[in-house]
Design a protein around this ligand. Structure first.
Ligand SMILES: NC(=O)c1ccc[n+]([C@@H]2O[C@H](COP(=O)([O-])OP(=O)(O)OC[C@H]3O[C@@H](n4cnc5c(N)ncnc54)[C@H](O)[C@@H]3O)[C@@H](O)[C@H]2O)c1
Length: 323
């Protein structure tokens, strides 16, 4: 048993992928944790001491969610993979702006001392991500701003909101920019899933000798970060005294075709071909520059893409088979 910590912690988005894993991590570290989300965790039991179903777009719900809380990990967002993000700009901007404006203000009014905001690599300018062989993105590349989607604009807006709240009200804020987090217990179907989960589902569902569909030519590049490293990084950043935005990802960049081949290897199937179809691809290339992460936290993600994918594949295969 971990020693009981003093601070009472709120995780918003605790019914979602990263939020659920973070609650488990914080419980293992000995924190009292309240989870809040508009839905219960889909694939797991509740680990939080309290779990409240609330719509955090609403001011009264945010006030209730943050009562008696010392540290807030703000992960709630209306989000999904490229298919969802590229087709719902107004909804995403409105919902996420309301969630973030109200959650941060309610946390301040209720006296929270620390607030971690989950931003995204989607804030980086589109014009720096036009080549597959992209230069890895440094934190200062965010400006002059030109994110591809409303999702990224809203994240950038809330990053600034956190900065201004620290300046004007003194609440300590931490801002983490995730780069493609993946792992078990994340959305893998229904339209909000991201590339690694979608790939695992497609490979699990197809017979050896069949084919899976890939959006675009599959030569677009990304780096992916395993969930265990993600929650470790979040926690380390919250404990640090660093109040500027920080990348949290890996520097192991692959094409989407390479990602698909890794999943196929993890599946043990031998003969699956890739069929390239039209579909939203997001930016052409994206990779994280972890120089500042290493400087600030003295740490960076450890799990290789291959190891993370094999864990993720095993879990999604089990879901696809219905068990
Ligand atoms: N997963 C990634 O690769 C990634 C990358 C960059 C940024 N992020 C950010 O990290 C955070 C967590 O992402 P995730 O991957 O766990 O996504 P997720 O969709 O699994 O979790 C987000 C949760 O927020 C909840 N939510 C949405 N609207 C709400 C509302 N009005 N009130 C209460 N809860 C609401 C959802 O129900 C969901 O459970 C998000 O802020 C996301 O934008 C994630």
């Amino acid at each position: 048993m971990a020693e009981q910590r003093q601070e009472r912690v709120l995780v918003t988005g605790a019914g979602g992928f990263i939020g659920h894993h973070l609650v488990t991590h914080l419980k293992n570290l000995g924190y009292w944790v309240r989870g809040v989300d508009q839905k219960l965790p889909e694939y797991t039991e509740i680990d939080a001491d309290e779990f409240e179903v609330r719509d955090l777009r609403r001011w009264d719900e945010c006030l209730a969610a943050t009562r008696g809380i010392d540290h807030v990990y703000a992960l709630a967002a209306d989000m999904g993979g490229m298919g969802f993000i590229s087709a719902n700009h107004a909804t995403i901007l409105r919902n996420n702006a309301l969630i973030n404006l109200h959650t941060l203000e309610a946390a301040r009014i209720n006296g929270a001392s620390r607030y971690l905001y989950s931003s995204s690599a989607c804030i980086y300018p589109e014009h720096l991500q036009t080549e597959a062989a992209v230069v890895p993105l440094k934190e200062e590349d965010a400006y002059p701003a030109n994110p591809q989607d409303a999702y990224g604009w809203e994240k950038l807006f809330t990053e600034k909101l956190c900065e201004y709240y620290t300046g004007e009200y003194g609440i300590a804020t931490r801002t983490v920019r995730f780069h493609n987090i993946f792992g078990p217990y994340g959305t893998y179907d229904g339209g909000r899933e991201k590339a690694p989960a979608a790939m695992c589902r497609k490979v699990a569902a197809v017979e050896d000798g069949g084919e899976i569909e890939i959006w675009g030519d599959g030569e677009q590049t990304r780096s992916f970060c395993y969930i265990d490293d993600c929650v470790e990084g979040i926690y380390r950043l919250m404990q640090s005294d660093y109040d500027q935005p920080l990348n949290l990802g890996t520097e192991e960049m692959v094409t989407i075709n390479e990602l698909a081949r890794m999943v196929i290897r993890a599946s043990g199937k031998h003969d699956i071909s890739l069929s390239h179809i039209d579909g939203p691809q997001g930016v052409r290339g994206r990779n994280s520059d972890n120089s500042r992460l290493r400087d600030v936290l003295g740490w960076e993600p450890q799990v290789t893409l291959e190891d993370g994918l094999s864990e993720t594949y095993r879990w999604i295969e089990k879901q696809v088979r219905g068990g």
